[in-house]
Design a protein around this ligand. Structure first.
Ligand code: NDP
Length: 492
C-alpha cells in the first residue's frame, strides 16, 4: 500500500518536485510507517526562502487590522479543526489525546494573542529639542528561519510562527523530521483561513540537511529555534557568521522544591504532572524533585504509588495518561539512563519495564529514582522522558543551592505555604520562570525563556515584538536650522 506523502509547502502549495531522499515517519504506538517524508534539499529551501521574500513586501505593508483579521480567522479555523488535528498529532508524537486537546487550543490562541499584541504596539516620540521632532517606529524585520522540535509540534511551531508573522514578517519553518504531519496540516488550514501564499512556507527534512540549508541561507534575516542545547549552539554559531539575530528556546533540568509546609496533595499532583505530562518530553518538566527530609518518605512513597497507577496506552484513547515515547532512538536513550542511575549509585524506585499488554510501540513504565547527589548524571543531564530524579534536602538554603547547581535555567517550581520561602525561591533561583504552587502556568503576555544553557531571548508580548521588529528613528527639522555650508565661501 502506498503511504501518504508529506512534502514541503512552498508558496501556498505542496512542493511536488522530487528531491530523491525520502524518510519513513513511524507511528510510535505501533512501529508501523505512518507516511513518507520527501526531504527538501538546498534548492527547495531556496525556493521557500524566495517565496517568503516575495510575500514580505505585501504582508509587511498590510494594515495591522487587515492582517489581524487573517490571524483571528486562523485561530477560529484551528479551533474548528481541533479534534482531527489533535488526533494527527497524537499518532505522530505518541502524546495522549487528552493532553493534545489543550495543546491544540494553545496553538490557536497563539495567533489570537500575538495579533492582539501587534494591534497595541506604539512608538516613541521626542520633542525635547524644539527644532526637531524625533519619533521611533517599529518595522517588520524580514524573513525568518524557524526550526521546531518533535515533542509538541503544533504548540511550539505555532508559537514560533505567530510571534513572527503577527509583526509583519514572513517565514520558512522546518519541523522535526519525526513529526511533520500535524504542522503541515496546520499550515494548510492557515491558508484555508486566508493566509496569503508565501507568508508561511514549510520545508520538511532532516536537521543536518534541510535545517542546515535554511539557517545558512543568505536571504534569512533572523532565526527562531526551539530544540536541544547542542543543536542551538550549532545554529547560533551558523547564524552569527552571517550576523543574523537568533532567539533560542533550549533544554532544561528544572527543580521542583517541595517544602514540608506545602499542601501535600497539591504538591503531589503538581510534581507528577510536572514530570510526566506530555510523556515526560517537555523542556519545562520538573525532572529534579527536591523534597524536605521531614516529608520525604511519605511524599516519595505516594509519588511512586501514583506513578505505578498511571494509565499507559494508546495515545488516541482519551483515558490514556501516558503514551509511547516519540521514536525508538529516544526511547532507548531514556531507558539507558537506568544504567547511568545504577552506576551513579541511585536507587531505582519504579519503572523502566514494558507495560503489560503493550508489546509493540515505544512504551515504557514511567521511571523514578532517588539520586545519590545532585552531581550525578541523572540530576545533570536532560533526559527528556518520563524519568523523575529525587533528592532530599534539610534547609531551604540547601534546596536553592541544589536548584541552581545546573547548567540549565529554564524554569523552577516551589511548593510551600510560607510566603517568605516562596519569595526567596523567586528571587534566588536562576531560571527564566518560577512557578509557585502551580505546575506549568503559561502566561503568553509575560516573557518565557531560559537563563544559562536554556537559551537566549524570550517569547512573550514585549520580548517577541522586540525580537521580530527593527526600531527606526526618524528626525524631522521643524524650522530651518543653521546648516554647515561646505564650499559656499568659494562661490562669493
Ligand atoms: P533537536 O535540537 O535535536 O532538534 C530541534 C530541531 O532542530 C529539529 O527540527 C531538528 O531537525 C533541527 N535540527 C537538528 N540539527 C540541525 C542543524 N544542524 N541545523 C538546523 N536544524 C537542525 O531537539 P529535539 O527535536 O530533540 O527536541 C528536544 C529538545 O528541545 C530538548 O532539549 C528540549 O528541552 C528542547 N525544547 C525546548 C523548549 C523551550 O521552550 N525551551 C520547548 C520544547 C523543547 P530533525 O529533528 O529533523 O533532526
Amino acid at each position: 500500500m502506498d503511504l501518504p506523502l508529506a512534502t514541503s509547502l512552498i508558496d501556498g502549495a505542496p512542493d511536488r518536485a522530487q528531491h530523491g531522499h525520502r524518510l519513513e515517519v513511524i507511528d510510535p504506538a505501533t512501529e508501523l510507517p505512518l507516511c513518507e517524508l520527501e526531504e527538501a534539499d538546498a534548492p527547495a529551501v531556496d525556493r521557500a526562502v524566495r517565496s517568503a521574500r516575495r510575500a514580505f513586501s505585501g504582508w509587511s505593508r498590510m494594515g495591522t487590522d487587515q492582517r489581524n483579521d487573517i490571524l483571528y480567522a486562523i485561530h477560529d479555523r484551528l479551533i474548528a479543526e481541533a479534534e482531527p488535528l489533535a488526533e494527527l498529532e497524537a499518532r505522530t508524537t505518541g502524546l495522549p489525546i487528552r493532553t493534545l486537546a489543550g495543546l491544540v487550543r494553545r496553538a490557536a490562541i497563539n495567533f489570537r494573542s500575538f495579533a492582539e499584541v501587534a494591534s497595541t504596539l506604539s512608538g516613541e516620540s521626542y520633542s525635547q529639542n524644539p527644532d526637531y521632532l524625533t519619533y521611533v517606529t517599529r518595522e517588520p524585520k524580514g524573513v525568518a528561519a524557524l526550526i521546531s522540535p518533535w515533542n509538541a509540534p503544533l504548540a511550539l511551531s505555532s508559537m514560533r510562527i505567530a510571534t513572527c508573522i503577527a509583526f509583519g514578517n514572513t517565514c520558512v519553518l522546518k519541523p522535526s523530521e519525526y513529526t511533520p504531519q500535524s504542522v503541515l496540516r496546520m499550515v494548510e488550514l492557515m491558508h484555508e483561513a486566508g493566509l496569503p501564499d508565501g507568508v508561511v512556507n514549510v520545508v520538511n527534512g532532516r536537521g543536518g540537511v534541510t535545517g542546515a540549508a535554511l539557517v545558512d541561507h543568505a536571504e534569512i534575516d533572523m532565526v527562531g529555534f526551539t530544540g536541544g542545547t547542542a543543536t542551538g549552539r550549532h545554529i547560533m554559531a551558523a547564524a552569527g557568521r552571517r550576523l543574523k539575530p537568533s532567539i533560542m528556546e533550549l533544554g532544561g533540568k528544572s527543580a521542583a522544591i517541595v517544602c514540608a509546609d506545602a499542601d501535600f496533595e497539591r504538591a503531589l499532583d503538581g510534581t507528577l504532572a510536572g514530570i510526566y505530562a506530555s510523556n515526560g518530553q517537555q523542556c519545562l518538566g520538573s525532572s529534579r524533585i527536591l523534597v524536605d527530609r521531614r516529608i520525604a518518605d511519605r511524599f516519595i512513597a505516594e509519588f511512586v504509588r501514583r506513578t505505578k497507577a498511571m494509565r499507559i496506552g494508546s495515545p488516541v484513547d482519551p483515558t490514556t495518561e501516558m503514551g509511547p515515547l516519540a521514536f525508538k532512538a529516544h526511547h532507548d536513550r531514556v531507558l539507558s539512563y537506568l544504567d547511568v542511575a545504577a552506576s551513579d549509585g541511585a536507587e531505582v524506585l519504579c519503572g523502566g519495564g514494558r507495560p503489560e499488554g503493550l508489546d509493540k510501540g515505544w512504551y515504557m513504565e514511567p521511571i523514578a529514582v532517588l539520586a545519590k547527589d545532585n552531581a550525578s548524571r541523572v540530576c545533570q543531564d536532560e533526559i527528556f522522558g518520563p524519568f523523575a530524579s529525587f533528592l532530599i534536602f534539610d534547609t531551604l538554603d540547601q534546596a536553592i543551592e541544589i536548584a541552581n547547581a545546573s547548567d540549565f535555567g529554564l524554569v523552577a517550581y516551589a511548593w510551600t505555604s510560607d510566603l517568605g520561602a516562596a519569595m526567596r525561591c523567586s528571587r534566588e533561583i536562576r531560571a527564566g520562570t518560577i512557578w509557585i504552587n502551580t505546575p506549568m502556568m503559561r502566561e503568553l503576555r509575560a516573557p518565557f525563556g531560559g537563563f544559562k544553557d536554556s537559551g537566549t531571548g524570550r517569547d512573550g508580548a514585549t520580548s517577541s515584538a522586540d525580537f521580530f521588529t527593527e526600531l527606526k528613528t526618524t528626525s524631522i527639522a521643524l524650522r530651518d536650522v543653521a546648516l554647515p555650508q561646505f564650499g559656499a565661501a568659494a562661490k562669493e
